[in-house]
Design a protein around this ligand. Structure first.
Ligand code: NAD
Length: 247
């Protein structure tokens, strides 16, 4: 028997890809939820898991309902406010939640490489992160860029370097670059699915680690895999590191 799932944001770029890919798995999409015309407004009784790639404002109500029903929730939606994130954290006390700013295998590997590079190169190498996405993307910087910045901090922490807050873009009289700073820059344009580069700039050399997503299927496949993995797990917040056993 196929597992009955709901897709939130089903009319969107990611939602359409998820519906398409689920057709070839043992997941059955019984609710295509979206505010767009012709889509379901909610999911029916009997749904066993939810994959959410909608809009951050939609998350609190939907995850609250999933928590009340005791079903697994995979959240790909990014740009959550602290208050919206608190709803996710509260739901994760009752249900398994997988939350990742990027569900692709390649980016999750990249996070491991960034952690390693940051610990080997140390804070003497300045870290600059650039991301580029299509012109329709509604939030900046990308959730993935923030995850990469966090990985860099974790790598530095392994060698005892202090964690840094992040700087988003620069303009005006910025003064010299403070030691240890991690800066994130968002580019928007065209149809770019998602590019991320983490640069480690030293006095004598630069290391650049880049990932380019070529098709949204890279994220959709990972998110469906995450839902299959999460079903039946203990309540908590999991990441793709857990799903892919990279932790
Ligand atoms: N984690 C990842 O791997 C990953 C990858 C790609 C995109 N994303 C994120 O996923 C989200 C969606 O991206 P997209 O490119 O598909 O955007 P999109 O704008 O194409 O699609 C979003 C859909 O959500 C719908 N929506 C808005 N409010 C809703 C509500 N209250 N209830 C139900 N549906 C609602 C919209 O009508 C739209 O169809 C964004 O937050 C994006 O950053 C995450």
């Amino acid at each position: 028997m196929k597992t009955k799932i709901a897709i939130l944001g089903a009319a969107g770029r990611m939602g359409r890809k998820l519906v398409e890919l689920a057709a070839g798995t043992d997941l059955e999409v019984v609710a295509k939820v979206d505010v767009a015309d012709g889509f379901d407004r909610d999911w029916p009784e009997g749904v066993e898991g939810v994959v959410d790639f909608s809009h951050h404002t939609a998350v609190p109500k939907a995850i609250g309902k999933a928590a009340a029903q005791g079903i697994a929730y995979v959240i790909g939606t990014t740009g959550l406010t602290a208050e919206e994130q608190a709803h996710v954290d509260a739901a994760a006390k009752k249900i398994p939640v997988v939350q990742s700013g990027n569900y692709s295998l390649g980016v999750n590997l990249l996070m491991e490489l960034v952690r390693k590079a940051a610990s080997v190169l140390g804070p003497e190498y300045d870290i600059e992160i650039t991301e580029m996405h299509h012109r329709h993307k509604k939030d900046a910087p990308s959730g993935t860029a923030l995850m990469l910045a966090k990985s860099a901090n974790e790598g530095r922490a392994e060698i005892g370097a202090a964690a840094q807050g992040f700087v988003y873009g620069r303009s005006g009289e910025t003064g010299e670059r403070p030691a240890g700073e991690i800066a994130v820059h968002a580019l928007r344009g065209g149809a770019v699915v998602g590019d991320h580069t983490v640069m480690f700039a030293g006095d004598l050399e630069r290391v650049e680690l880049t990932h380019r997503a070529q098709d949204r299927a890279a994220f959709a496949a990972g998110a469906l895999k995450a839902l299959a993995w999460a079903r039946g797990r203990a309540p908590g917040i999991y990441t793709m590191r857990d799903v892919l056993a990279l932790a």
